[in-house]
Design a protein. Structure first.
Lengths: 354, 652
C-alpha cells in the first residue's frame, strides 16, 4: 500500500515538473470572476463575455464562474476584493473600478486601487447627445451655445459620468441645469426620451443599443460629441469605430477657435483619461501567487487576437474591444497617487458645488 | 402583424426551441419553489448557456424559466410561510394560515390556476399593447413614480389589520431602513456604521426571510407542531376546490391581471411590490374582510394572479425602449445585446416575430408550469402534516442559503438573524410586518423620484401633469375607503389581524414601541449634520414616526393596564422567550462555525445536531439527514449555482 502511494506521489510530482509552472497552477481549479455591478448591466455583459473567452487561454483550463457583487457605484465589489477575497489567484475582478471615488477620498471606499495587482484594462469612451427640440431648437452641434437653459441628466455627483458632463458643459459655455439621481445609463436615456432632461452622455454600448435606435435614429436627438482621451504628448486618442462623431475638443476648437485651458480643463482631461482608458479593469488582490498572475496576464494578452472573442464583442457592443495590457493599466492606476493636489482639491469642491 | 404572431408561434413550437422552453420551465419551477432562489438567480445562471443559441431558443430557455418562478413560489409561501420569491410575499398572509387549517392543497389549486390564467392573459396584454403602449410608458416620468409610491403607502391602511397606528409606524420604519447606504446624490453614506456591506443599503431578501420565515421556523422548533394544526382526515378535497375558487373569483382574477400587467410595465416597481398592490386591492375591495389573514383564498388568488401577469408587462419597456424595469429584465436586455438585437423600434418592426415568440413562450410556459405543479401538488401538500422538528433543519438551510445569495457576505446573515428576532417580536406583539416591507421597498423609489422631480421641475408644477393628477385622485380614494372601512370595522371588533396572531402580547408590544422610539431618536441625530438633500427626507420621515411610536407605547401601556384590570396575563409570552433565545443561540452557532470551518461544515452539522438534541431523533437518522443536506449544498449551491462561500479560517 505504502509503495503504491509513494509511486503515485512521485508520478504526480514528475507530471507537475513536466508542466510549466502556470499550467500547473490552475489545473482542476475554479476561478470566480467578481463583477462589481449587477447582472445584466453593461459591466456585467462585458465582464461575462470576457470571462468566458479568458477561460480558453488559461493553461490548465480551470472552470470560470462569474459572481456579481454590486452596489454603491461599484465600491462594494472593489472593497470585497481588497478586504474579503483571498489572494489565492482564484478570485479575479473584472470591474468598472470607481477610481474617481479614490481621487475624491470617498469615505465608503476602503481600499487603494494601486495596491491591487492589475491584469488588464478595457477602454471605451462616452458619447453625448441632446434633444433637438431643446429651445430654441438644436439642428447642429454649435446650436448648444444658443440654447436656453436645458437640463442635463446624471447618475450621481461623484461619478465620472457626471463630472465630465458638468466640466465639459461648463467649458463649452452652455447654459444648463444639472439634474442627477438616475439609476444607470438606461434610466438617464429614458429621462431624455421623456423630455424630463434634454442632454446626457452614455457609454458606447448604451449609445449603440439604446440612444441611437430610440433617440437619434428617430430624429428626436442629435449626437453631439464623444470625449477622446489625451495622451502624454497632448494629442487626442480617437476611436476608429466612432469615426462619424466629432470629439469634444474638435467641437470646442471649432466653436471657440482654440484649445480650452484652466483648472476645469485639467480636471476634465484627468477624469476622462482615467475613466476612458480604464473604464473596465481586471485585477487580483495583492499577494496573489506569481504563477497565477502570469497565467492570467497571458490570457488577457491573447484576447485581442482571439477572433471568436472579437467578433462576439463586436456583435454585442458594436465596437472593437480596446484592451490595455497589465503594465499600462497599472501605470494608469498608479497615477492617482501622483496627482496634483490642487486638481484633487478643486474636484472635491466641484462635486459638492461649493 | 398577424403574420408576425404566427411566425412567432411557429418558431417557439419548432425544435429545438420547444425543448429549451420545457427545460427552462423545469428549472424555473425549482428556482421558484426554493426560497431565496428566484427568477433573477435563474436568469443569471442560464444566461451564459444562451450565448451560442439562436435567438428564439435562447429566449424560450430564459423566459420559460422566468415565467414560472412566480407559479412555484407559492409552494414555500403556503407550506412554510416563507416567500418563495420576492413576488409572493403577500401570498404568505393568507396562504400559510390556509396550510395551518389543512387547506394547503386548496391554496395550491387556486394559486396554480390563477397563475396560469394571469400569466397567459399578461402575455396577451404584452402582445396587444405593443402598438399602443409607447405613449403610456413615456408619460410615466419621475413625478408619476413618486406619486405611485405615495399610492403604495396609502395602502398601508389595508395592510395593517386593526392596528392602523402600528401599521403606519412600521411603514415609516421601513422607509427609515431604506435610507441606509449612499444617499441618492451619492456623496454621503447614511447609517452605515463604517460597514461597507451597508453602503448599498440593506438587501431585501435577507430582510424578508428574517421578518417572515424565521418567526415561523422558531415556532415550529419551539412547539414542534406540524404546520397544519388539523389532522389529515379533516383536510380533504383540496385541489379541486381550489381550482373552483379560482373560477368563482373570475372577476378578481381579471382585475389582478390588469394590476399585474400595469405594475410590471412601469420600470422600477417590479416584482417585489406587485403582490402587495394586488393584496391591498383585494382587501380593500372585498365586502367581507373577516377572514383575511386567517386563510381567505382570495388573499392567495390576488397576489398569485398579479405576479404572473406582471411578467408580460415587465418585458414591454425592456423590449420597446431598452429600459429594464428590474434586474431580471436587465439580464434579458443583456441577452438581447449578446444576440445582436437592439431593443427599441427594431423589436416592434423588423424583429416583431421575435417579440411575439417571447409572448408565446410566456403563455406556453405558464400553462405547462401550472399543469406540472398540479400533478405534484397533492403530494407536496403533505409536508404540512409532517412533525415540525423534521422540517426545521431543511428550512433553516434554505433560509440561510437564500439570504446568502443576496450578497455572498456575512452581512446577509447578520441582516437575516437581526430581522428574524425583530420579526418574531413584532409578530408576538401584534405589530404588522407587511407595512414595514412596503415602506422599505417604496422608500428608494420615492426618494429617488422626488429628488429628481425637485430638480427637474419648477415648484409643484409636476403635480398638474395629467398622470400625476390621476394618481392623486386614486390616492385620495384609497385613503377615503381605508378610513371608511376602518370606521366600519370599529363597529364589529376583533376581525382581521393580517398575518399576525390574534393574541398580541401587550408587554412585547410596549417593549417594541420603546425600542423603535430609541432607534428613531438615534436615527434622527445625524440627519441634522447632513446636507439638506441628504438629510431632509429622513428627517421628515422620522419626525412623524416618533409621534406614532409614542402613540403605540401609550396604546400598549393601556392594553397592559386593561389586561391587569381584567385579571388576565399582560405578558403571556413570558414562557416562550427562553426557548426562543435558545434557538436563536443555535442559529448564531451556525454563523460562528461558518467563520471557522465554512458553510459546508456548519449547515450540515447544525441539521444533524438539531435533530439529535431538539428532535431527539436516532443518531443514524440525524447523520443521514446531515449528509443529505451536505450533498444538496454541494451539488446545488457549489456545483450548479457556484455560490461564493465564506472564506473560512480552515477550509477553502
Amino acid at each position: 500500500m505504502k509503495r503504491i502511494f509513494a509511486t503515485a506521489v512521485s508520478v504526480a510530482a514528475l507530471a507537475a515538473i513536466a508542466l510549466p509552472a502556470n499550467a500547473q497552477f490552475y489545473k482542476g481549479k475554479r476561478i470566480t470572476v467578481v463583477i462589481n455591478y449587477g447582472a445584466g448591466g453593461p459591466t456585467d455583459v462585458e465582464g461575462r463575455l470576457v470571462a468566458r473567452h479568458l477561460a480558453k487561454h488559461i493553461p490548465g483550463k480551470p472552470r470560470v464562474i462569474v459572481k456579481n457583487i454590486p452596489g454603491a457605484g461599484g465600491i462594494i465589489g472593489s472593497n470585497y476584493m481588497g478586504q474579503v477575497a483571498k489572494p489565492d489567484g482564484l478570485t479575479v475582478a473584472i470591474h468598472t473600478p470607481p477610481i474617481i471615488s479614490q481621487v475624491l477620498s470617498d469615505p465608503g471606499l476602503k481600499i487603494d486601487f494601486s495596491d491591487f495587482i492589475w491584469l488588464a484594462g478595457v477602454g471605451q469612451p462616452q458619447v453625448c447627445y441632446m434633444r433637438k427640440d431643446a429651445a430654441p431648437g438644436i439642428s447642429t452641434v454649435g446650436d448648444i451655445l444658443k440654447a436656453k437653459i436645458f437640463k442635463a441628466g446624471g447618475m450621481r455627483n461623484t461619478s465620472s459620468h457626471d463630472l465630465r458632463l458638468r466640466l465639459s458643459l461648463d467649458l463649452m459655455g452652455a447654459k444648463y441645469k444639472y439634474v442627477t439621481g438616475y439609476r444607470g445609463l438606461s434610466k438617464v436615456a429614458a429621462g431624455v426620451l421623456q423630455n424630463e432632461t434634454q442632454y446626457s452622455c452614455g457609454s458606447v454600448p448604451n449609445y449603440r443599443s439604446m440612444v441611437e435606435p430610440n433617440l437619434v435614429n428617430t430624429g428626436k436627438a442629435l449626437t453631439m460629441w464623444y470625449y477622446a482621451p489625451v495622451n502624454a504628448q497632448g494629442k487626442q486618442v480617437k476611436f476608429a469605430d466612432l469615426a462619424g462623431i466629432p470629439t469634444f475638443l474638435d467641437v470646442y476648437k471649432k466653436l471657440h477657435g482654440g484649445m480650452p485651458s484652466g483648472m476645469k480643463y485639467t480636471a476634465l482631461t484627468l477624469v476622462n483619461n482615467l475613466a476612458t482608458f480604464m473604464l473596465r479593469g481586471s485585477f487580483v488582490p495583492a499577494g496573489t501567487p506569481k504563477a497565477a498572475v502570469d497565467a492570467l496576464r497571458a490570457a488577457w494578452r491573447a484576447l485581442p487576437d482571439d477572433q471568436e472573442f472579437v467578433s462576439e464583442y463586436r456583435r454585442a457592443f458594436k465596437a472593437d474591444p480596446k484592451i490595455l495590457q497589465a503594465d499600462v493599466a497599472q501605470a494608469h492606476v498608479d497615477k492617482i497617487k501622483s496627482m496634483d493636489p490642487k486638481v484633487v482639491s478643486f474636484l472635491k469642491k466641484f462635486v459638492t458645488g461649493s | 402583424m398577424f403574420e408576425a404572431v404566427l411566425t412567432g408561434l411557429y418558431m417557439v413550437v419548432a425544435w429545438p426551441a420547444i425543448g429549451y422552453l420545457f427545460l427552462g420551465v423545469f428549472i424555473g419551477l425549482f428556482f421558484g419553489a426554493v426560497p431565496g432562489l428566484s427568477g433573477l438567480v435563474g436568469m443569471a445562471i442560464l444566461l451564459p448557456f444562451t450565448f451560442d443559441m439562436a435567438p428564439v431558443s435562447a429566449f424560450a430557455f430564459l423566459l420559460g424559466m422566468f415565467a414560472v418562478t412566480t407559479t412555484s413560489d407559492t409552494v414555500a409561501s403556503v407550506l412554510l410561510g416563507i416567500p418563495g420569491t420576492a413576488a409572493s410575499q403577500a401570498t404568505v398572509l393568507d396562504g400559510y394560515p390556509m396550510a395551518q387549517k389543512g387547506e394547503a392543497a386548496r391554496a395550491f389549486g387556486a394559486a396554480f390556476t390563477v397563475s396560469a390564467i394571469g400569466g397567459v392573459l399578461g402575455a396577451m396584454i404584452l402582445g396587444l399593447s405593443i402598438p399602443i403602449v409607447k405613449p403610456l410608458i413615456l408619460s410615466f416620468a419621475q413625478p408619476e413614480f413618486f406619486m405611485l409610491g405615495v399610492l403604495g403607502l396609502a395602502m398601508v391602511g389595508s395592510l395593517s389589520g386593526n392596528s392602523v397606528s402600528k401599521g403606519l409606524l412600521t411603514a415609516l420604519l421601513g422607509l427609515v431602513l431604506s435610507y441606509v447606504g449612499y444617499s441618492i446624490n451619492g456623496a454621503v453614506p447614511r447609517y452605515w456604521f463604517g460597514a461597507s456591506y451597508l453602503l448599498d443599503g440593506i438587501p431585501l431578501i435577507p430582510l424578508v426571510l428574517g421578518l417572515f420565515a424565521l418567526p415561523e421556523v422558531l415556532e415550529l422548533a419551539i412547539r414542534n407542531t406540524s404546520i397544519s394544526r388539523v389532522d389529515r382526515p379533516s383536510a380533504e378535497g383540496g385541489m379541486r376546490r381550489g381550482i373552483g375558487d379560482a373560477f368563482r373569483n373570475w372577476w378578481l382574477v381579471l382585475r389582478c391581471t390588469v394590476i399585474g400587467s400595469y405594475v410590471g410595465m412601469l420600470p422600477g416597481l417590479g416584482g417585489s411590490i406587485v403582490d402587495w398592490v394586488a393584496y391591498g386591492h383585494v382587501v380593500q375591495s372585498s365586502r367581507d374582510k373577516s377572514q383575511f389573514g386567517k386563510g381567505d383564498v382570495r388573499g392567495v388568488i390576488a397576489p398569485e394572479t398579479a405576479n404572473n401577469a406582471m411578467k408580460g408587462g415587465a418585458m414591454i419597456p425592456t423590449l420597446a425602449f431598452g429600459i429594464p424595469g428590474s434586474a431580471s429584465m436587465a439580464i434579458l436586455l443583456g441577452a438581447l445585446l449578446i444576440q445582436g438585437l437592439q431593443p427599441g423600434p427594431q423589436m416592434l418592426t423588423t424583429k416583431l416575430h421575435i417579440t411575439f415568440s417571447m409572448m408565446w413562450t410566456l403563455a406556453i410556459a405558464n400553462v405547462v408550469g401550472a399543469l406540472l405543479l398540479m400533478v405534484l401538488a397533492n403530494q407536496v401538500a403533505k409536508v404540512a402534516f409532517i412533525r415540525g422538528h423534521l422540517i426545521v433543519p431543511a428550512v433553516c438551510m434554505f433560509v440561510f442559503m437564500g439570504s446568502w445569495l443576496a450578497g455572498n457576505q456575512m452581512g446577509d446573515w447578520v441582516v437575516l438573524l437581526s430581522f428574524g428576532v425583530i420579526g418574531y417580536l413584532m409578530k408576538q406583539g401584534g405589530i404588522p410586518r407587511p407595512p414595514l416591507v412596503l415602506g422599505f421597498i417604496l422608500g428608494p423609489i420615492m426618494e429617488n423620484a422626488l429628488f429628481i422631480t425637485d430638480n427637474a421641475y419648477i415648484g409643484l408644477n409636476w403635480l398638474l401633469r395629467p398622470m400625476s393628477l390621476g394618481i392623486l385622485v386614486m390616492i385620495v380614494l384609497t385613503i377615503f375607503f381605508a378610513v371608511n372601512s376602518a370606521r366600519r370595522r370599529k363597529l364589529t371588533p376583533g376581525d382581521i389581524q393580517l398575518g399576525e396572531p390574534t393574541r398580541a402580547d401587550p408587554t412585547i408590544s410596549l417593549s417594541m414601541g420603546l425600542a423603535f422610539l430609541a432607534v428613531l431618536i438615534l436615527a434622527l441625530a445625524p440627519t441634522i449634520s447632513w446636507p439638506g438633500d441628504v438629510g431632509n427626507i429622513p428627517m421628515l420621515t422620522i419626525a412623524p414616526a416618533i409621534a406614532l411610536a409614542l402613540l403605540v407605547i401609550f396604546q400598549s401601556w393601556c392594553a397592559i393596564r386593561r389586561a391587569r384590570d381584567d385579571g388576565g396575563d399582560a405578558f403571556p409570552l413570558r414562557g416562550e422567550l427562553g426557548p426562543a433565545a435558545h434557538f436563536i443561540a443555535w442559529l448564531l452557532g451556525v454563523v460562528a462555525v461558518t467563520y471557522i470551518a465554512g458553510q459546508l461544515v456548519a449547515l450540515p452539522l447544525f441539521m444533524a445536531l438539531y435533530l439529535l438534541v431538539w428532535g431527539r431523533c436516532k443518531w443514524w437518522f440525524a447523520l443521514a439527514y446531515g449528509v443529505a443536506g451536505w450533498a444538496f449544498l454541494y451539488v446545488m449551491f457549489d456545483q450548479i449555482i457556484a455560490v461564493m462561500w465564506h472564506p473560512s479560517l480552515w477550509f477553502f
